[in-house]
Ligand binder design. Sequence first.
Ligand code: MN
Length: 423
Amino acid sequence: MLLKSWIASANSAETEFPLNNLPYGVFSVGDGDLRCGVAIGDRILDVTGLEESGTLRSDPDVDVLDVPFWNDFMEMGPKVWTEYRAKLQALLAVGAEEQTQETCTFYSVPMSEATLHMPFRVAEYTDFYAGRNHAFNVGTMFRGPENALPPNWLHIPIGYNGRASSVTVSGTDVRRPWGQLKAPDQEMPVFGPCKRFDIELEMGAIVGQPSDAPVTVQEADDMIFGYVLLNDWSARDIQAWEYQPLGPFQAKATATSISPWIVTKAALEPFRCSTPEREKELLPYLSEPGPMLYDIPLSVSIKTEKAEVPEVLSRTNYREMYYSAAQQLAHHTTAGSPMNVGDLLGSGTISGATKTERGSLLELSWGGKEPIELASGETRSFIEDGDMLTLSGAAQGDGYRVGFGDCTGRVIPALDDPYARGK
Ligand code: MN
């Protein structure tokens, strides 16, 4: 049920940011400072300002939101997360005192006037490969349908350690990378601009509490602070040549875009659902004590330079994942590596069973064999320069939605010569 706010725009059935959501981000206006903010309807509540003024504090003595990231707040732990969210909801709910409404209005800005920044400092970034349909589709293209799923796949949430330094916020342009490429019919590799640049539609889980020993799936779920949309930009031609036997490396080191708002686990609670039925029984340390996935409809759209409006390429749902973020995080802790506040875990590409539910162009165009026909009359197998790719997602409640804000990135041309430093 929609929780009503005295901010009218937050009560629309279409807004991604009703009182039920209250996602955390970082914003600035004009040349102003970066500040922590909470999205409510079409406005951003300046919670750095509310903390300074004493209206809303997570700690009575120490300023926590005087820095442009939410890591320090996450570090305070689940009890504080819950208390703070309850206080925020009380400030913004219908029936709040006149004086409270005046203060909150003073400490808020129209979202349309704000620039959004990275909401947290990424400590480390890991990307998984936990979507059954995606793994099957890609495996079929790379190795044939008989060997599509690697033998470990139904037993381990497999992944690779990515680069925290590559993670950028929605709206940041992505430059087409150069890399080492070799087509199967070529004898020698070449160094050149990527010709098969792609997206991966994923969700990112943000670790909000540290670990120093292996954790259970339940403990892992308790450590997760919230979720973002995540686009794992992928250079397929670089990947096809480099990936064996150690997996992706430079193919995934260009950029990873995330949506600007961290939607908390608390806001997603009504949308919990179970992972699909197991095809092979999991080892006990990976079994889930309850539903740890979420029902979140997701979509991918493209806007080419010629097109007037964006066009939806694919629609799928986060509930398609075979492994939950909690299972991934639990597995991540098994060998002894500590997890830290601000660690980001990519889910793996989320594809549904049918062609219009695929979460990458590699799958949508079936490796370039079946180019996608766009409404503008153009076709696409992979991304071309100037294309703007957008991930969207919002859980659908009864009369309200809980959204993330779009995760957008435009691909700009490769450099003429990446080694032309100072020439
Ligand atoms: Mn990925």
